[in-house]
Design a protein around this ligand. Structure first.
Ligand code: C5P
Length: 212
């Protein structure tokens, strides 16, 4: 089996940047699993499937149109919010499970980032990172990414969104956001992007041992 790296963590922790950089560094394919939940959220919005209808959402997820992964609307705050609501339904998680496990199980290995990669999708991953940072720092990063809209009030709104999403992801019954027992904690609060990536690469090399 190839090298599987699981990267989990809360919203705007830097896990996506880290996962992409690890994939490049180790020459592995990368899957952003949050994009799958965002795509289901977008499809549900367009097909007017209510956010509380787990059965219908599960059906939608099982015939997901993968071209939605390229849709610019995937990245909006509204889609993120919808994704965090629909992702609580076990029917949705179940429908996306086989695709993610298949990706993780490809012969050469893979890097996946999300909320439940190390705990549910790839519990046997060789390396698991749990990337985190304080909610204040995560909110500031996301707000700057958005072009720093509406000054301090805008920043406060982004922080409220992030805290609400964290709470939903942590408190749901089905595959909640949780650090796997064998994961390495990577706190990026005081690290810039390059330093966080360097630290993540060092964690992987360290975990794999000198033969890597
Ligand atoms: O990572 P991203 O912010 O794009 O994820 C959007 C939402 O999708 C998250 O807030 C979370 O509710 C859900 N998600 C999930 N499990 C994953 C990845 C994302 O529940 N593995």
């Amino acid at each position: 089996m190839g090298l599987v790296i699981a990267v989990d963590g809360p919203a705007a922790s830097g896990k996506g940047t880290i996962a992409r950089a690890l994939a490049r560094h180790f020459g592995l394919p990368h899957l952003d699993t949050g994009a799958l939940y965002r795509a289901v959220a977008l499809a549900a919005q367009r097909e007017e499937v209510p956010a509380d209808d787990g059965t219908a959402l599960g059906r939608l997820a099982s015939r997901l149109d993968l071209s939605l992964l390229e849709d610019p609307a995937l990245r909006t705050a509204e889609t993120a919010e919808r994704a965090s609501r629909i992702s609580a339904h076990p029917e949705v998680r179940q429908a996306l499970l086989a695709f993610q496990r298949g990706f993780a199980g490809q012969p050469g290995g893979a890097v996946l980032d999300g909320r439940d990669i190390g705990t549910v999708i790839a519990p046997d991953a060789a390396v698991k990172l749990f990337v985190t940072a304080t909610p204040e720092i995560r909110a500031r990063r996301r707000w700057l990414e958005l072009g720093a809209p509406d000054g301090e009030a805008g920043l406060a709104a982004v922080e409220a969104d992030i805290r609400a999403r964290d709470a939903r992801d942590r408190d749901r019954a089905s595959a909640p956001l949780r650090m796997a027992d064998d994961a390495i904690l990577l706190d990026t609060t005081d690290l810039d992007k390059d330093a966080a990536v360097r630290r993540a690469i060092a964690c992987v090399v360290d975990r794999l041992g000198p033969a890597s």
